[in-house]
Design a protein around this ligand. Structure first.
Ligand SMILES: Cc1cc2nc3c(=O)[nH]c(=O)nc-3n(C[C@H](O)[C@H](O)[C@H](O)COP(=O)(O)OP(=O)(O)OC[C@H]3O[C@@H](n4cnc5c(N)ncnc54)[C@H](O)[C@@H]3O)c2cc1C
Length: 390
């Protein structure tokens, strides 16, 4: 008889789990708590061979995957180049990958506005519990419900994501809006600016509706900036005075917070990046949290993607890690979730630790390097950022 999996969370991790299980002959149902189809606000995602192979394995069509970049370039605050590393790579967007996977899941199997709060299980089956009081029973439950996972909260109540002391500001500028000098110096490159205690990463991605034509693309601006707990609390407080613990919806970020960020950008960043920022759609920020689960299963329940472990975005492995979880899960789900867990826990930990190390290099204090000219780890940062962690 066909086995049935329930998946909590319909973002990229949930879709990867669903498509891999479908390929392995399972019947799947995804339950996503958000009421409307998800959107990544155009956020950029760096691809790796591992990710591309996983997309092919679940049946995705990789045509027009993204923008090809050739070089990684580190900049001085004065706009000159500090270092260049040839590193051909395709950079794409969260929306593009989400669309590629979403179309592989039948509409009848993707349920919006359904919030899973926990589970019960017997030797024969597992039941997902919904916030409206209903339950659904299946052979397998996958917690792909992100870093604040309700499934992990029940499975591993002691594992709590920890704020790491900095946020990432993200923004997108339309290619056609950039001055020609900024465009020619920065736009085609995977760019870095690595002053003491901060970091910029930037790269081109497709325009609206995956438009890859020159002039129609966008530049993805990513700026890691320290925010001690007290400052973060202020940044997470909206105009009405309401504090949003963990993260704040972008439209609710106060104008004063945006203005303060723009002023710090002017004082810290090369003029070309300040231009990109000033011509971007409303920037938004995400606080960075760490967590890692020592096991990824409990009976018939498995964790995958960010629910199991977060690798900070420095390694650009969030999507790739979720893809590898999914393929491994599909391989072992019918026989041994323990083998799944034993395989994926150490692999996730490697990505998690590499990301933490990159984060710690970024936070190193060095008065000589306020202009980004002399980070002692620059070569390693350029080589290991958004690179596959084996
Ligand atoms: C909008 C968005 C933008 C992103 N941008 C980037 C980026 O630029 N770079 C990068 O590396 N990574 C980014 N990520 C993270 C990256 O996509 C993830 O690391 C990777 O996709 C794996 O995520 P995930 O599906 O495991 O978790 P998430 O992306 O966090 O998704 C979890 C999903 O589960 C749903 N959910 C949560 N709780 C419940 C519940 N109780 N019941 C039902 N559903 C629930 C959430 O609504 C969400 O859709 C982004 C994620 C999102 C959602």
């Amino acid at each position: 008889m066909t086995k049935h999996a329930i998946i909590s969370g319909g973002s990229i991790g949930g879709l990867f789990a669903a498509t891999a299980l479908l390929k392995a002959g399972w019947h799947v149902d995804i339950y996503e708590r958000t009421e409307v189809e998800l959107s990544g606000r155009g956020a950029g995602i760096v691809t790796h061979d591992t990710l591309n192979n996983a997309l092919r394995a679940v049946g995705a069509d990789l045509t027009d995957l993204g923008v090809q970049v050739q070089d990684r370039v580190a900049f001085h605050k004065d706009g000159s180049r500090v270092a260049t590393l040839p590193y051909p790579q395709i950079v794409t967007s969260w929306d593009r990958i989400h669309q590629m996977l979403r179309r592989l899941v039948p509409d009848g199997a993707y349920h919006l506005g359904k919030h899973i709060t926990g589970y019960t299980q017997t030797a024969d089956n597992v039941s997902a519990l919904f916030s409206n009081g209903t339950t659904r029973t299946a052979d397998l439950l996958v917690g792909a419900d992100g870093f604040r996972s309700a499934i992990r909260g029940q499975m591993l109540p002691d594992i709590k994501p920890q704020y790491v002391g900095y946020v990432v500001w993200r923004a997108l500028a339309h290619e056609r809006d950039l001055p020609s000098d900024v465009h020619s110096a920065i736009f085609p490159n995977f760019a870095f600016f690595t002053p003491s205690q901060s970091q910029i990463i930037g790269y081109p991605i497709a325009g609206q509706n995956n438009d890859l034509r020159e002039g129609n693309r966008r530049y993805n601006f990513v700026w890691y900036a320290p925010a001690p707990a007290e400052l973060l609390r202020d940044m997470l407080t909206d105009e009405t005075g309401q504090h949003h613990p963990i993260s704040i919806p972008p439209p609710l970020v106060r104008d004063a917070v945006l203005q303060d960020m723009q002023e710090r950008a002017k004082a810290t960043l090369p003029a070309g990046f300040v231009e990109i920022l000033s011509r971007s759609e409303r920037p938004f920020f995400t606080p960075i949290y760490d967590h890692h689960s020592p096991v990824m299963h409990d009976g018939r329940v498995a964790l995958s993607g960010d629910a199991a472990c977060v690798a900070r975005p420095h390694v650009g492995m969030g999507v790739t890690k979720a893809a590898e979880d999914a393929l491994c899960l599909a391989k072992h789900a019918a026989t041994s979730l323990e083998t799944y867990s034993q395989t994926r826990v150490p692999a996730s930990l490697r990505a998690h630790l590499q990301a933490r190390e990159l984060g710690s290099w970024m936070l190193e204090e060095d008065a000589q390097n306020a202009d980004g000219s002399s980070h002692v780890r620059l070569t390693e940062i350029m080589r290991l950022t958004a690179a596959t962690v084996a």
